[in-house]
Design a protein around this ligand. Structure first.
Ligand code: PAN
Ligand code: ZN
Length: 201
């Protein structure tokens, strides 16, 4: 059987409005919202997450606005990534993070608002963290899992751009976690080693 050729769907040129102050895209195809109740397991202190939910209710930890682009080589995916400010047991609000399903694909994040870090980790647990603040661009090389971490007191807003066929592998992070976590210590961000890293639950 001949392989299915997907190149018969041609994307029409388009433009889209996107407000750098709040990261909201005018006419998105997808608006992904991640609430604490659904992702509390990614925080180290799940009891603190439960206490937060009881005391302050469910909150949006982060959200993404995007247009639907065919997932194929040659196209480019882009989205508005918004991580809200907050902490759970001293650990800053952050995205779930992922490897790209196609591991040999990179990504850039152009930060427009807020203050934070991009945590980038290889499967081995080796890591590099780059600062994010307005005007700063982070290059996430191929093979690095990546997550945005908001260490400020306003939303951390970035434009993320990556190859059309990169895809997302969340499973590896959900089972093994990131080896390095960022927590507040003496009022400043500090990196700790995740005691649960690599322990499949
Ligand atoms: C970004 C992320 C976005 C949300 O567009 O998807 O910041 O983070 P999670 O995907 O980890 O939930 C990206 O890195 N795309 O490849
Ligand atoms: Zn990515």
């Amino acid at each position: 059987m001949k392989p299915k050729v997907e190149h018969n769907t041609i994307v029409q040129p388009f433009s889209v409005g996107w407000d750098p102050n709040d990261g909201i895209m005018d006419d998105p195809d997808n608006h992904i919202e991640r609430f604490l109740s659904k992702i509390k397991g990614m925080f180290l202190d799940v009891d603190a997450a439960d206490a937060y939910l009881t005391e302050q209710g469910d909150v949006k930890v982060y959200e993404v606005y995007e247009k639907t682009i065919p997932q194929r080589d040659g196209e480019i995916q882009f989205c508005s990534s918004i991580t809200h400010p907050g902490q759970i047991g001293g650990e800053y609000f952050m995205t779930k993070g992922h490897f790209h399903a196609r591991r040999d694909t990179a990504e850039i994040y152009y930060c427009l608002r807020g203050r934070g870090y991009m945590m980038m980790e290889l499967e081995s647990g080796e890591y590099v963290m780059e600062e994010m603040y307005p005007g700063r661009t982070v290059y996430v090389p191929a093979f690095y899992a990546h997550r945005s971490i908001n260490v400020g007191d306003e939303a951390l807003i970035s434009l993320a751009v990556y190859p059309g066929d990169a895809g997302h592998d969340y499973g590896s992070i959900e089972t093994a976690g990131f080896k390095h976590l960022v927590v507040e210590k003496n009022g400043k961000p500090d990196v700790i080693v995740n005691p649960r890293f690599g322990k499949v639950e």
